[in-house]
Design a protein. Structure first.
Length: 274
């Protein structure tokens, strides 16, 4: 059993079986991309749609590609999209900043992953082909800050990033973004593509980093909370999920001779403390 601050992880179970990799959990049918107050924002191929408290459509905005995420702040909504036509590589589509009240397009931006800040501000990051950056935009789509960092954004008392750079060996860390483009470095990571972290009620981040689960506090202090005894491998698909006091770490490895078949290891821990 390991601990950081008030948190401890107690190993409960480990299972190995044939199965499917732990891709991002599918959104239930009808579940919106984002919700704020009476507004809900839904996405479908070629459009973004907002509904009111009674479920009726308030506006529909046509766009290229398929929306994959939405973030709401200060009467604005930032929508990131997938598209095969926008760039000659990958699925990156345009990012749209829309007025939440009427769907009017405020700005068309470029980025793969976003997050909402207060007052109509948004983070929008991009990585790959020599780019590794996060930009901040105001409610009018004007750039207000920029950092050399990209990954999973955790917005609370400031912004922390669980970086993902796809380099081997990786240079990624858990960092804090500071005003004026400054980046405060925290613990180094071993996995160039860590999955989305789990955020505990006190702000502690749990990061599945290769063969370990790292706990990182608000001050970027870190410890190894649990060891999975599995090596980091760029071919594996990983996920870390929390359900109450239960923490699941899932690692799926494709078979060398049949890449559509996976061996799936699932570790179960009980979170104690907090």
């Amino acid at each position: 059993m390991a601990s950081i601050g008030a948190w401890r992880a107690e190993a409960v179970d480990h299972r190995r079986e044939e199965g499917r990799p732990p891709y991002e959990q599918a959104r239930p049918p009808g579940e919106p991309l984002a919700r704020r107050g009476e507004f809900a924002v839904h996405g479908a191929k070629g459009e973004i749609r907002a509904t009111g408290a009674d479920g009726r459509t308030l506006w529909t905005h046509a766009l290229a590609g398929r929306p994959n995420a939405a973030h709401i702040s200060g009467g604005r909504v930032l929508v990131t999209t997938d598209s095969l036509e926008y760039t000659p590589w990958g699925f990156l589509g345009p990012a749209y900043l829309l007025d939440l009240a009427d769907g009017r397009r405020v700005a068309e931006l470029r980025g793969e992953r976003g997050a909402a800040r207060s007052g109509g501000r948004f983070l929008l990051g991009l990585e790959g082909y020599g780019v590794f950056e996060t930009r901040e935009y105001d409610r009018d789509g004007a750039e207000t800050d920029r950092w050399t960092s990209y990954g999973h954004y955790v917005v609370g008392s400031g912004v922390r990033v669980v970086e993902a750079d796809r380099r081997i060996p990786t240079r990624a860390r858990v960092v804090r973004l500071l005003p004026g483009g400054a980046v405060s470095p925290g613990p180094r990571l071993n996995d160039p593509q860590p999955p989305k972290p789990v955020v505990l009620p006190d702000g502690t981040l749990l990061v599945l980093d290769g063969g370990v689960i790292r706990a990182v506090d608000r001050d970027l202090g870190a410890t190894v909370l649990a060891e999975l005894r599995t090596p980091a491998d760029s071919r594996t698909v990983r996920a870390l999920r929390r359900d109450g006091d239960v923490l699941l770490a899932i690692v799926a490895e494709p078979h060398p001779a049949d890449p559509v078949r996976y061996t799936v290891d699932t570790w179960t821990f009980r979170l104690l403390g907090g």
